[in-house]
Design a protein around this ligand. Structure first.
Ligand code: 13P
Ligand code: ZN
Length: 272
């Protein structure tokens, strides 16, 4: 891994950015124990591509990802803590390369004794599925963040908000910036066991028209061009949910923005 990173300032910047975001997730209280994971497609930042993958350990993927053949990812390790990723990103994340067939991944960080044996996040099927979708539709996102954002998860414990329509009506209504920055709203994925192909499939479907999806009773998945942009989306939505709970816990029913006010904000968003 060291050879890949040394003198590669763009890659170093991306890794430091991920570390900074990992710290925000921890500071927000969204990252208990090993909660959450982050992946970044770093293929465009790899200067000299490695020609011989044989020295690096490889593992079979649960399904082939032929569109990801030869792609490189910086991805958090399973069981790793966000607060540790923040301090020591290279010891709590991996650089992996998908093999030429798209059916296995190589861990390129094997030679670093202290991180050998680490595996990528258990949510790898969802992360890779999303990166494949981004490549197939040729859009510019590079970063995928999963976190357990408290107020957003709390909303998905309330049955009446477990659908996209009422969820978005509520979130848009709590703060003008939510409509301005997230006019397409959030997608909603009904509860599925984490780490499975099924949750990956449901998430991909919900992400077709959104940048953020909520996993019922679990967390958030968001995509963006940079780690900062991706975090901002979750932060804005989290703020709306927090305002809702603040108003409710002080004994009042929040009014929400009116349809007319939201329409104006939507127009504003289109010209932003
Ligand atoms: P990992 O430690 O495998 O990344 O899992 C954390 C998590 O949030 C699972 O949904
Ligand atoms: Zn999770």
């Amino acid at each position: 891994m060291k050879e890949l990173i040394d003198n590669n300032h763009s890659l170093k910047d991306v890794i430091f950015e991920v570390a900074e975001i990992a710290d925000y997730l921890w500071q927000r209280g969204w990252a208990e124990r090993n909660a959450g994971n982050i992946s970044v497609n770093i293929t465009g930042l790899i200067g000299e591509h490695l020609s011989n993958m044989d020295p690096f350990p490889s593992f079979e993927l649960p399904q082939p990802y032929s569109e990801l053949a030869g792609e490189y990812f910086f991805v958090s390790g399973t069981g790793k803590r966000m607060r540790d990723l923040a301090r020591e990103p290279l010891q709590n994340a991996l650089i992996i390369r998908i093999d030429d067939k798209g059916s296995r991944y190589h861990i390129l960080s094997r030679d670093e004794g202290h991180i050998s044996g680490f595996k990528p996040t258990s949510e790898l099927p969802t992360h890779l599925g999303i990166h494949r979708m981004i490549i197939l539709r040729d859009s510019k996102e590079k970063v995928v963040i999963h976190t357990h954002a408290n107020e957003l998860v709390a909303l998905t414990q309330i049955e009446k908000f477990c659908n996209e329509e009422s969820l978005n009506k509520l979130l848009w209504g709590m703060h003008p910036e939510t409509m301005v920055f997230i006019p397409e709203g959030v997608g909603f994925v009904p509860y599925v066991t984490p780490g499975t192909e099924q949750i990956a499939e449901a998430t991909l479907k919900a992400l077709e028209n959104h940048h953020v999806v909520l996993w019922e009773k679990h967390g958030v998945f968001a995509i963006g061009s940079t780690a900062f942009d991706t975090f901002d989306l979750i932060d804005i939505l989290g703020k709306s949910a927090k305002i809702f709970f603040l108003a409710r816990s002080s004994g009042y029913e929040p009014q929400g923005l009116t349809e007319e006010q939201l329409e104006v904000l939507k127009e504003l968003s289109a010209n932003f």
